[in-house]
Design a protein around this ligand. Structure first.
Ligand SMILES: [Cu+2]
Length: 297
């Protein structure tokens, strides 16, 4: 048997050299269609599962509680439809290519690509991205670039490892001076309020953010140490807190409730427990909150 194998191998070799083909280019057997079919099927199943999970809203975000939040959802869905359709088409094209160009014993062909096709799909991608960015710019700028409304409530948000502190200016409407040398969480002065500044006497510092419903709020976001983040899903707002910067962020919550604030920057070992709450309360409840806090400071 071994002899016959060697014999046939020798014959085979002889046939190839007789045809003057280099051996590496010669395919002696057709490849099986099974791997190509299975791989193409796997891609189709994954695409179908992804499309289903998005269209069935399996991982739905909680309802937004701001008008820009609703507009942002609209923008997000638009982007999702466009990119989703492209994703499905590209993945199906991939599945078809895998099946169509499977190993059938043919020689591989070399392609230098197609300049026209590359120019077309690159241009289409650029146009789609610019149009989507243009449509979305208003929603983004509303929370960040617009000048704050005159009656906005200003609240300072100070992040540090691994807590949030919210400061209200008190009855005088002015934030007191902060002195980094006086920062001492242990003695109840986590922000380093300067005791010598009268404007700071009535400042309120609280571990949770309480705001009245339907009133514009301007947050001033800071960090004492590393980069943290202020993220509330229901506000559809996510903003980094960067040491050395005071970053404004505006919103008007239109539904009362208690919503989680989380830090979405990996800021250290305690990152996973860095969170607080946003309490959106009726106007009367807000006045009461301020009074209680003022008495407790
Ligand atoms: Cu953090």
């Amino acid at each position: 048997m071994m002899v016959s194998y060697i014999y046939s191998f020798g014959q085979h070799e002889g046939r190839v050299s007789a045809r003057n083909h280099p051996q590496r280019n010669q395919k002696s057997a057709r490849g099986s269609a099974a791997p190509a079919v299975l791989f193409a099927l796997l891609i189709i199943i994954l695409v179908a599962f992804s499309a289903y999970s998005f269209s069935a809203r399996a991982f739905r975000a909680p309802a937004p509680i701001t008008t820009p939040g609703a507009a942002l959802d609209h923008q997000y869905n638009l982007t999702l439809y466009v990119t989703g359709i492209v994703f499905i088409l590209v993945q199906l094209a991939l599945a078809i290519a895998i099946f169509r160009f499977r190993d059938r014993g043919q020689r591989a062909r070399f392609s230098r690509g197609n300049n026209a096709a590359e120019i077309i799909w690159t241009s289409v991608t650029i146009v789609v991205f610019i149009v989507l960015a243009f449509l979305g710019r208003k929603v983004w700028a509303e929370s960040r670039l617009a000048s704050p409304t005159a009656n906005a409530i200003r609240i300072e948000v100070t992040t540090s490892q691994f807590v949030y502190n919210f400061r209200y200016p008190g009855a005088d409407g002015k934030f007191g001076r902060i002195d980094p040398n006086q920062i001492s969480a242990a003695t109840g002065n986590p922000l380093g309020l300067d005791a010598s500044d009268p404007a700071g006497k009535d400042d309120i510092v609280a571990p949770e953010l309480t705001v009245p419903v339907d009133r514009p709020v301007e947050l001033l976001i800071r960090s004492q140490d590393v980069v943290h983040n202020f993220f509330v899903r229901e506000l559809r707002l996510q903003q980094d807190a960067v040491p050395g910067l005071t970053i404004p962020l505006q919103f008007t919550a239109n539904r009362t409730g208690r919503y989680e604030i989380v830090c979405t920057q990996l800021c250290g070992l305690g990152h996973s427990r860095m969170r607080s709450f946003l309490n959106v309360v009726p106007e009367a409840g807000y006045e009461q909150f301020l009074k209680q806090q003022a008495a407790a400071q």
